[in-house]
Design a protein around this ligand. Structure first.
Ligand code: ATP
Ligand code: MG
Length: 356
C-alpha cells in the first residue's frame, strides 16, 4: 500500500490555476521532492495534503484513510491527519523551552506524561537537541530552530512528513549539513517524505524520486538519475542541472548555428521530423562539451572563470552562447581565443517545445 496517494488533484485561486490534474503515489519510506520554479504550485500541493487548502478536483489518501475528496465532498481537518509538517519560517514558540515546543503536539493530544517524556526524548535525540532541551529557541541558531521544528513534527511519529523549503532560510553550510541529517533521520525512522524545494541539488541529494512541476502541471516524475539523464522535455532539461540551448537550422543538407556551420559529426543524428521542420534546439550540458583544436563547431571564448575544482567558460557561437565546464587540469581557450567544440552528449528538442 502506498503511504500517500494524490489523484488528479487541482486547485484554483480565482483565475490562477495553482495545481492541475496532479497524480502521485508515495511508497512507505520513500522521499519525493516537489521541484519547480517559484509559483509552480509546490506549496499549494503540500497545503492540500496537509489540509490547509481544500481541493477543487481530485482526492488525497494516506495509507487506507481518505484525507480529502472533492467528489465525495470530504475533508479531514489538518489536526486529524497525523502528518508531520515543517515549513520555511522557524515556526517555533519563542516563549516555550525547546522541550515544551516539542512536547506541545502530544499535550494537545492528551497523551500520558510518561509517553510524552519518552517521545520527546527520542525526538530530541534524533535531532541532536538533548543538550539544549531547557533553552528557548531564540538562544539557538537558525539551524537549531529548524531542528526544533523538525523534532516537533517527528514527535507525533507520523507515517508521512511534509516539508516546505525547510532549509531555505539557513546559510549554505548549515543547509548542506541539515540536508543529510534529515535524510539520516528519515532512514532510521522510515517515514515517507514529501519535500518541497526549488533547489535542484537539494532535491537530488535527498529524494528517491523528483517530481518536476511547471505552472501547476506535472512535467516528469522519476529518480534523480532519470530526470537528469532522460528529461521528459526541454523545460526539465533546463531545470535540472546546468544547460545551454542552441538554435539550429537545417537547409540544403547543411546544419547551422546562426551563420556558423555545424559539422555532422558534432550535430549527431537529428530526428527526421526536426530536420524536416527546418529548425530545432540542441540542448547540451556544460560538462558534456569538449574542446578541440581543429574542426568542431567554431566559437570564441568570451569568459573564463576559475571556480576552484572547475573552470567555467562562455563560448559564443555566432550570436549564441554555450556554457562549458572543464576540470581545472583540462585545457581550454583563453578569453578572446577561437576554439572548436564537440559534444559528448546532447539532446534535440523541437523549436516549439517552449522551455523557458
Ligand atoms: N492564497 C492564495 N491566493 C491567491 N493566489 C495564490 C494563493 N496561494 C498561491 N497562489 C498562487 O498560486 C500559484 C502557486 O503558488 P505556490 O505558492 O503553490 O507556488 P510555489 O511553487 O510554492 O512557489 P514558491 O517557490 O515561490 O514558494 C501562484 O501563482 C500563486 O500566486
Ligand atoms: Mg512555496
Amino acid at each position: 500500500m502506498s503511504s500517500l496517494r494524490l489523484r488528479q488533484i487541482g486547485k484554483r485561486f480565482g483565475h490562477v490555476v495553482a495545481v492541475s490534474g496532479l497524480d502521485l503515489e508515495v511508497a512507505p519510506g520513500e522521499c519525493v521532492a516537489l521541484l519547480g520554479p517559484s509559483g509552480c504550485g509546490k506549496t499549494t500541493t503540500l497545503r492540500m495534503v496537509a489540509g490547509f487548502e481544500d481541493l477543487d478536483e481530485g482526492e488525497i489518501e494516506a495509507g487506507d484513510r481518505l484525507l480529502s475528496s472533492k467528489k465525495r465532498n470530504y475533508y479531514l481537518p489538518p489536526e486529524k491527519r497525523d502528518l508531520g509538517m515543517v515549513f520555511q519560517a522557524f515556526a517555533v514558540w519563542p516563549h516555550l523551552s525547546v522541550h515544551e515546543n516539542v512536547a506541545f503536539p502530544l499535550r494537545v493530544r492528551k497523551l500520558p506524561a510518561a509517553e510524552i517524556e519518552r517521545r520527546v526524548r527520542a525526538a530530541l535525540t534524533h535531532t541532536h537537541l538533548l543538550d539544549v532541551a531547557a533553552s528557548r529557541p531564540d538562544e539557538l541558531s537558525g539551524g537549531g530552530k529548524q531542528r526544533v521544528a523538525l523534532a516537533r513534527a517527528l514527535v507525533i511519529e507520523p507515517a508521512v512528513m511534509l516539508l516546505d523549503e525547510p532549509l531555505s532560510s539557513l546559510d549554505p553550510h548549515f543547509r548542506e549539513e541539515m540536508r543529510f541529517e534529515i535524510k539520516d533521520i528519515q532512514r532510521r525512522l522510515g517515514f515517507s517524505m514529501l519535500y518541497v524545494t526549488h533547489d535542484q541539488s537539494e532535491a537530488m541529494a535527498l529524494s528517491d524520486r523528483i517530481l518536476v512541476m511547471k505552472n501547476g502541471v506535472l512535467q516528469q516524475v522519476g529518480s534523480p538519475m532519470e530526470v537528469y539523464y532522460h528529461p521528459a522535455n526541454r523545460f526539465v532539461f533546463g531545470f535540472i542541472g546546468l544547460s545551454s540551448f542552441l538554435r539550429v537550422s537545417f537547409s540544403g543538407g547543411g546544419i547551422q548555428v546562426g551563420n556558423v556551420p555545424m559539422p555532422l559529426a558534432v550535430a549527431g543524428d537529428a530526428p527526421a521530423e526536426l530536420v524536416g521542420a527546418g529548425e530545432a534546439v540542441l540542448a547540451v550540458r556544460p560538462a558534456d562539451v569538449d574542446f578541440v583544436s581543429e574542426g568542431g563547431l567554431r566559437g570564441v571564448a568570451r569568459r573564463r572563470a576559475f571556480l576552484g575544482e572547475i573552470v567555467d567558460y562562455q563560448i559564443t557561437i555566432g550570436t549564441q552562447v554555450l556554457r562549458v565546464q572543464k576540470l581545472r587540469h583540462e585545457s581550454g581557450p583563453q578569453v578572446g581565443e577561437n576554439c572548436g567544440v564537440t559534444f559528448a552528449d546532447s539532446t534535440w528538442y523541437p523549436m516549439s517545445d517552449a522551455g523557458e
